[in-house]
Ligand binder design. Structure first.
Ligand code: AMP
Ligand code: ZN
Length: 459
């Protein structure tokens, strides 16, 4: 029985899909004005695990993740670069796709872009104006009238008056209330613009997600997600827009991932304390980066540090050592490992526990490797099968274990090992030690186990 923590009710709830066997999920996507940082990656990797697990459990999942391809940050970047905003959008959309592919993030079923949805957005704004949830302000912009939506603040768990006193005091005399937010913004000269009943302009950020999710997934769907910074105001505003426009409940479960932090602070573009996914991928194999992102629980914060990546690398090395040199086989069926893995994942996608079960399984493989190689191969196949649910452990063991060793002369290493073995047979310990040291100088570490010498690269 799958339970998911719902930010709306602040508790784990038994997941019951609206349509049996089917899950509709929407995750707010990136704003494409720059490269994505590993904090963004953490959120999308968390939801990638959710999608993979739901599919593995047999649900027919429709996953929509938008691209915000028009907003102030994009316009500012285009102006800075003296480029058309569409050039900026294409560059970073392509870059983000490359980075997400490298991290093994499955492509969403739908990847709508705000600029493709302008007609839907306009229709939704017209509905909101008609039913008195939105108004045209004196300056011509259209605003959502927050005071008209009684449940406002429910997701943030804040009273509207408290929210209001916390709202930034802006010099904006056209709003009826400081919490009101823009639905349609008139274009300043030179800005990108689309025609609307209110003049040439562009949609506000919040309305795009309401319009796109409505068109792709319907008035009422199962899961809506994002990083927890989106709870307020973005998701609160999405609820206000969608429910006021359709008069129906918008979403059953709200899921929010915790922050990737650096020195205990949220990694963010605005603080400048970020590392882009592509820079980190130059330093570490993609699977190490992914493992780092998903090995903590998705709601907990995760700390960025070199040590964390090294721990991820050594954890994966342990798994790949267990998988090493075992032939393909069918996964061992009906094991307690698989049962416990499901129990962990059913408990709000508890990846740390699920991974600890995979560690137990890999120890078991090491134990049966010599005594029962056939069993070891079936256990290894199970480890790969469960690893795939988390999007890990699909590589060739030796490829992972020897990654970064491409510059090494393997033939030379192997002939040195053979020479050392001969020296050992001859009881020429001084020569054997000399060869070990020569290899160590190349960062090649030897391991002698049951008459067999293997090596690994340890930089
Ligand atoms: P943005 O492109 O800024 O809208 O962010 C895209 C996604 O990344 C959103 O779901 C954010 O909540 C999420 N996000 C941004 N910074 C972090 C962070 N430091 N840790 C986890 N998620 C983040
Ligand atoms: Zn959104």
């Amino acid at each position: 029985m799958l339970k998911i923590y719902n930010s709306m009710t602040q508790q784990k709830e038994v997941f019951t899909p609206i349509h049996p066997g089917k899950v509709n999920i929407y995750v707010c996507g990136p704003t494409v004005y720059d490269f994505a940082h590993v904090g963004n990656g953490r959120t999308y990797a968390a939801f990638d695990v959710v999608i993979r697990y739901l599919r593995w459990r047999g649900y027919d999942v429709t996953y929509a993740r938008n691209i915000t391809d028009i907003d102030d940050k994009i316009i500012n970047r285009a102006n800075e670069n003296k480029e058309d905003f569409q050039v900026v959008v294409e560059r970073y959309t392509n870059a983000i796709h490359e980075d997400f592919d490298a991290l093994g993030l499955l492509a969403p079923n739908h990847e709508p872009r705000a600029t493709e949805y302008v007609p839907h957005i306009i229709t939704m704004i017209e509905t909101l104006i008609k039913n008195a949830h939105a108004y045209v302000a004196e300056n011509g912009d259209v605003y959502y009238d927050v005071r008209k939506f009684k449940p406002y603040g429910e997701l943030a768990h804040r009273d509207i008056d408290k929210l209001e006193s916390g709202a930034r005091v802006e010099v904006n005399i056209v709003k009826r209330d400081p919490l009101d937010f823009v639905l349609w913004k008139l274009a300043k000269p030179g800005e990108p613009h689309w025609s609307s009943p209110w003049g040439e302009g562009r949609p506000g950020w919040h309305i795009e997600c309401s319009a796109m999710s409505n068109h792709l997934l319907g008035d009422h769907f199962d899961i809506h997600g994002g990083g927890k910074d989106l709870i307020f105001p973005h998701h609160e505003n999405e609820i206000a827009q969608s429910e006021a426009a359709t008069c129906k409940k918008f979403v059953n479960i709200w899921m929010h991932s915790g922050y990737l932090q650096i020195e205990k602070e949220k990694m963010s573009k605005s603080l400048g304390n970020f590392f882009t996914i592509r820079d980190v991928l130059k330093q570490y194999p993609a699977e190490v980066v992914r493992y780092f992102m998903i090995s903590g629980h998705y709601r907990s914060p995760v700390q960025y540090s070199e040590n964390a990546f090294e721990l991820a690398r050594s954890a994966l090395s342990r798994f790949y050592n267990a998988l090493k040199d075992l032939p393909d086989a069918d996964a061992l069926p009906n094991t307690t490992y698989e049962k416990q893995f499901i129990e962990a994942m059913d408990d709000d996608f508890n990846t740390p526990i699920a991974i600890s079960i995979l560690f137990e399984l890999s120890h078991e493989i090491q134990r049966s490797r010599e005594s029962n190689p056939k069993l070891a191969a079936e256990q290894a196949a199970l480890l790969r099968k469960l690893g795939n649910v988390l999007g890990i452990l699909q590589d060739e063991s030796n490829k992972f274990l020897k990654a970064g060793t491409e510059h090494l002369d393997i033939a030379k290493i192997e002939s040195l090992i053979a020479a050392r073995n001969q020296a050992r047979t001859d009881k020429n310990w001084a020569e054997a030690d000399r060869i070990r040291a020569e290899l160590a100088a190349m960062s090649v570490v030897l391991e002698d186990a049951s008459g067999n010498t293997t090596w690994k690269y340890q930089n």
